[in-house]
Design a protein around this ligand. Sequence first.
Ligand SMILES: NC(=O)c1ccc[n+]([C@@H]2O[C@H](COP(=O)([O-])OP(=O)(O)OC[C@H]3O[C@@H](n4cnc5c(N)ncnc54)[C@H](O)[C@@H]3O)[C@@H](O)[C@H]2O)c1
Length: 346
Amino acid sequence: MAVFNQVDFDNHEQVVFCSDKESGLRAIIAVHNTNLGPAVGGCRMWDYASDDDAVVDALRLSKGMTYKNAVARLPFGGGKSVIIGNAKEIKSEQLFRAFGRQLERLNGSYYSAEDVNITCGDVAIMNKETNYVLGLEGKSGNPSPFTAYGTFLGIKAALQHQRGHQDLTGIKVAVQGLGAVAYSLCKYLHEAGATLFVTDINQVAIDRVVNDFAATAVSIDEIYDLDVDVYAPCALGATVNDATIARIKATIIAGCANNQLAESRHGEIIRKKGILYAPDYVINAGGIINVYYETAPEGYSAEASNKHVEGIFNTLTEIFARSEKEQKSTHLIADELAQEIIKNGL
Ligand SMILES: NC(=O)c1ccc[n+]([C@@H]2O[C@H](COP(=O)([O-])OP(=O)(O)OC[C@H]3O[C@@H](n4cnc5c(N)ncnc54)[C@H](O)[C@@H]3O)[C@@H](O)[C@H]2O)c1
């Protein structure tokens, strides 16, 4: 298995392969960069087709966290961990304790948290063996409302840049996915006067948003074809792709989902089409910002966290301006901004 000459290897500081015979743990912890502080990023449990796939995922996700934390101006580096296996079959107290002991061995160079298939309860078990975990129940709490607030402000920043105003009255927004973040986002948008078109695979989630915020429900596939101002991807990744770009009529793409562009080239295609894209890891940083306040020297404060989340508006405004000036897609400008911050400090 190649690591150092993987395309996704980007001078990661540490890539640790962990195993524990008793619990069957097999995990990879990738610490990408700690220039700005200890690496922070969640732990994902996934039934990877191969160990190589798990390595690639850990390398990519950890680099993504370095960039996300830097642009959010947090004193955190980037890291991520993956536990290999089917979440329905392998979860056990023994396994999470073994993983906690592996975190402890890294002595604080990496802090873990929830991610796909890893719950607050799982992290609480890791916490029996180590303090190098964040986002625990009863501390900074549920990050989703903070992610929603940042996403709402990101939509306003996009409107301001593209249309010269932030007034959401009558602005039509297509929201794809109505989970934890999107519900709060829809509330903000509705209260600000936006008209909502929504979809989800879960009828209960749809009914709630239709009832609470006078939204219009559309089918899963129809969401791309709507004559709206904003398309807000809030469910899956890779929804901005060759097939959907041809259909999207919105002139703004701004939502909370991770990895919205199927490939990097799609960022340039949508820019040339006149669509303003709020880079995903910039607009959806509210959750990680809130987690940071769990570690802040002055102690957790929702007020301080919200104030920091408000910085997402200015960061996006800067990215949009640079993108226009340099005629380069917003996601590449975001990467450049991250690299500058990592090199020069916060
Ligand atoms: N929770 C956070 O604070 C946070 C932070 C950063 C990024 N994100 C990202 O934002 C997105 C949403 O996160 P969440 O915490 O609200 O998740 P969630 O699981 O609560 O909600 C996701 C919703 O998407 C729906 N969905 C799944 N497939 C769909 C499809 N094909 N079409 C339409 N809807 C579909 C699900 O039914 C669910 O209601 C994810 O991509 C997540 O990685 C979340």
